[in-house]
Ligand binder design. Structure first.
Ligand code: SF4
Length: 455
């Protein structure tokens, strides 16, 4: 198994919700395609007459509810996820698409709604979330085409295109067992090892990585603030009311009770998850659907546990190590592994974040992450109406509480008595995801998506 060579900023990406595989990934694909197309010879581009985007698998099944069409079109219009204002996407959704055009240099192609084709749900591509973007010439003959796999968490793979070269990790590992061995042999703390590897893989220095982490934490916090302030109904046909503000106010009424911290955790998780559902800017952690869990934990660590910003940064690096292991050895995409791979991994990351930041070692941190993941195994993905709202928003609140419970269990029992390793839980998650029927993997064809009428 090759060593993990992921960057922390591969995992924590800033971009518009509501789904990293359905919005951030496709927007990146659209953006990549337009850059690649513009590099074609001018005489070839002058012959271009049309463009089509074909969405397959879960992108086709739930792409309408997730806003995949507007995301990919925004990318084709030259917008990248980290810099695309949410108002631009709102405008794309609200107004007819005709009249906008893609700038291909010698040719301008007018955008219309028919450009995006919701193609076969069942297909034979290796990745469920596949999209093909094709430039056509006279008689609709294909001129240039790229096939993308949207891998979850905003990652994309471009068929036939090698990954840009990266540095070699300073302390290579591909499993939790190997990671613990590196920590012991080199007498390193978990966050320090992740930081050293980040520098080696990306070439960035410590100051810029820390500044990047601060940006990630700030955007997470802004999503919580925006969600706590907002009221009204979320976009889509469900008519789901935002609830974060009310839960937050109720948590303050319960100030003297044990419900207070749970109430605050719920309010913060609802807030960021509702912002995600609204298509506003969030941080993938590790995905959009699970974007409320780590921000909620960070806010609790800051406001209730009075942990320093440095501890929270270090906790975020520890959280990244868990996300790396899940992504490298299994998946973080709901379309591949069901909701256990999104919400379950986010909960495990949040448990590791809190445990490491409060001063526990790698073994206890592993136990907390494992406990959180273990109790999400088998969780299916069944978003009602294809919107990242029911059960997704409440699931963020439930799973930040599970992360906190996992922290309590891991730090209160003897680590040596813990029987299940994180590697085993990740392996079990992958095997369960493979066995899971496709209707429970982000297609909105099973579970709550079938039994709750989308009114
Ligand atoms: S059910 Fe879970 S995996 Fe599916 S869209 Fe919602 S948060 Fe994502």
């Amino acid at each position: 198994m090759p060593a993990i060579a992921l960057s922390v900023f591969d995992l924590f990406k800033i971009g518009p919700g509501p789904s990293s595989s359905h919005t951030i990934g496709p927007m990146r694909a659209g953006y990549d395609f337009i850059q690649a197309a513009r590099a074609l010879p001018a005489e070839q581009l002058a012959k271009a007459t049309g463009l089509a985007v074909h969405l397959f698998g879960s992108l086709s099944a739930t792409g309408k509810g997730h806003g995949t069409d507007r995301a990919v079109l925004a990318g084709l219009l030259g917008r990248s996820p980290e810099s695309c204002p949410p108002e631009f996407l709102d405008e794309l959704a609200a107004k007819p698409l005709a009249g906008r055009s893609m700038d291909l240099g010698p040719t301008q192609l007018t955008i219309d709604a028919g450009m995006v084709v919701f193609d076969a749900i069942e297909h034979s591509f290796p990745c469920s979330n596949t999209l093909i973007i094709r430039l056509t010439g006279a008689d609709a003959a294909p001129m240039f085409e790229r096939q993308y796999a949207s891998l979850g968490g905003g990652f994309i793979d471009i068929k036939g295109q090698p990954e840009p070269p990266r540095g070699v990790p300073a302390y290579p590992y591909s499993t939790m067992e190997e990671l613990k061995k590196q920590l012991a042999e080199n007498d390193l703390s978990l966050h320090k090892l992740i930081l050293e590897n980040e520098m080696a893989v990306t070439g960035a220095d410590e100051a810029s990585i820390m500044a990047g982490l601060d940006t990630i934490l700030r955007v997470m916090d802004e999503a919580v603030d925006a969600g706590l302030a907002a009221e009204g109904v979320l976009p889509g046909s469900i008519g789901l009311h935002r609830k974060a503000k009310r839960i937050f106010e109720r948590a303050h009424i319960k100030r003297q009770t044990h419900e207070n911290i749970i109430g605050l955790m719920c309010a913060f998780a609802f807030a960021a998850a509702e912002e995600n559902a609204a298509g506003h800017v969030i941080v993938t952690a590790p995905t959009c659907g699970s974007a409320g869990i780590i921000p909620a934990m960070a806010r609790i660590m800051r406001t209730r546990l009075a942990l320093s910003e440095q501890s929270i940064r270090e906790g975020l690096l520890a959280a990244a190590s868990v996300g790396f292991l899940a992504k490298h050895n299994a998946t973080i995409a709901g379309a591949e592994g069901g909701c256990q791979a999104e919400i379950g991994v986010a909960s495990a990351m949040a448990a590791a974040m809190l445990t490491h930041a409060t001063g526990y070692g790698a073994h206890v941190t592993e136990n907390a992450a494992e406990t959180a993941l273990e109790h999400h195994l088998g969780m299916t993905c069944d978003p009602v109406g294809g919107y990242v709202q029911i059960p997704c928003i409440e699931r963020n609140a439930m799973s930040v509480a599970k992360a906190y419970t996992a922290f309590v269990i891991a730090t209160d029992v003897l680590p040596i008595q813990h029987k299940v390793g994180l590697d085993q839980a990740i392996e079990a998650m992958m095997a369960t995801g493979k066995d899971m029927n496709c209707k429970y993997k982000e297609t909105a064809q099973g579970g709550l998506a079938v039994f709750v009428p989308n009114c």
